[in-house]
Design a protein around this ligand. Structure first.
Ligand code: ADP
Length: 258
């Protein structure tokens, strides 16, 4: 009888713990899904006011730009920069939420990467110029690749933006694009503050920032490199970093030639 009671007791305990853990699982999964949905909805909603602010600033500049004092000109430029930075952050959050939900579709096509890289570098040149950073690009004549051009653009912007952001005034940023029969690679080398060795293994983690204070000053969230890595890996490519503290960093992206 004692044995029977013991067996019944153990079975009851096992059943109870199973049903409790199942109950505990549901709210956690639900909470996670709700959090994901909230992140996706919030970033989606933020996109519209930000793009309206951007367009309004363009209109103000176009219509009254010639009457601006030097001070007002500077304020408008600063506002445009901040709106741009916020838009990128919102874009990153939205992309992360979508990638977690598995709802990002890559639109892969064949295109010449050279004019694209030239254009992206030209677009970001104004930001480099403001910090007296010399930005140079060494590009081949042409390079036919296959991939999602919008995502590759995002990846390149993340690396260029970081290189300029973490390089002090008067530094240099060099972009080089090259290829072999099997792969193409893009390297972005800066003479910036560099990354300490202990941080290198974590640099591509979501929300990771080296010395939080220095990044927060720049208004960053530690999302860029995790997105860059995700984009590279979604193309069966890779991303690597070499860095020396106080001397600079080189990020190298390699994509297979399909
Ligand atoms: P963030 O938005 O903070 O720049 P990232 O994911 O792009 O986020 O980068 C993570 C961290 O890696 C940054 O906070 C910064 O400390 C460091 N980092 C990234 N790129 C560079 C670079 N080119 N030079 C020095 N540090 C860098």
């Amino acid at each position: 009888v004692f044995l029977l009671i013991l067996v019944v007791f153990i079975m009851a305990a096992v059943w109870l713990s199973n049903s409790m853990s199942k109950k505990a699982m549901i709210p956690i999964q639900q909470a996670y899904r709700q959090q994901q949905q909230f992140l996706a909805d919030a970033s989606h909603e933020l996109r519209t006011p930000l793009s309206i602010m951007n367009t309004s600033l363009d209109v103000i500049e176009l219509e009254n730009g010639q009457d601006f004092s030097a001070f007002t000109k500077e304020v408008v430029v600063d506002m445009k920069e901040e709106v741009g930075r916020m838009s990128r952050m919102v874009q990153h959050l939205l992309l992360l939420a979508r990638s977690d939900a598995g709802s990002v579709e890559f639109e892969k096509a064949s295109f010449d990467l050279v004019p694209k890289v030239r254009q992206w570098v030209q677009t970001i040149e104004a930001v480099a110029h403001k910090k007296q950073i010399s930005l140079k690009a060494e590009l081949p004549e042409q390079l036919a690749v296959t991939g999602d051009v919008e995502r590759i653009k995002q990846l390149v912007y993340i690396l260029l933006d970081n290189a300029i952001k973490y390089t002090p005034e008067g530094g240099t940023v060099d972009v080089a694009l090259s290829s072999s029969p099997k792969q193409w690679s893009l390297s972005i080398r800066d003479t910036g503050m560099g990354i300490p060795e202990h941080a290198l293994p974590r640099i591509f983690d979501r929300f990771y920032r080296v010395e939080e204070h220095r990044s927060r000053e720049e208004g960053s969230a530690g999302l860029g490199l995790s997105i860059a890595k995700w984009i590279a890996e979604s193309h069966q490519g890779s991303i690597e970093v070499k860095s020396a503290l106080g001397k600079g960093s080189t990020f190298i992206v390699r994509f297979p030639i399909v």
